[in-house]
Design a protein around this ligand. Sequence first.
Ligand SMILES: [Fe+2]
Ligand SMILES: [Fe+2]
Length: 169
Amino acid sequence: MKLFSAHIEDLRTLYISNLKKALDMEQKIAAALPDLIENSTDPELSDAFSVHLDETQGHVSTVESILRSHIGEAATETCKVINGLTAEASDAIKDATDPSVRDIALIGAAQQVEHHEIAVYGTLRRWAEILGLDEDAALLESIEAEEENADAVLTEIADRVNLEAPVQQ
Ligand SMILES: [Fe+2]
Ligand SMILES: [Fe+2]
């Protein structure tokens, strides 16, 4: 709950506000991914996290450049959702003591992040289209495609890694 209203009265203001939240989200994901890389045991999984860290740094730059083109600065607003999702990922690292269970937990936490990002970029892209911002829409669509690909890669790894984990003690 917030104390004061941000007085968002039009779609463009809402769009800029959500771009700022997307930037905060991407910066926090970029800060969280090294921990996931370090704590994953499966080499394919740590590679997938490394590749997506590079992509995520690209997302930070792209969202920054979109924001600069509109308001002259790459400002952020707090994305409340990503704080919870990254907390889940660090809990997974702490709580899972078996390496393959930890890998599974990390995949689960990371897929929740990807699904959130897919929702965020799907929404922003649609708003950009409505606002006639075709260049923005194309950039946002390309980020969305990388999030979808990251999610698909994680699903593929999960299909194998899930079967390697102990089911019960
Ligand atoms: Fe991203
Ligand atoms: Fe992502």
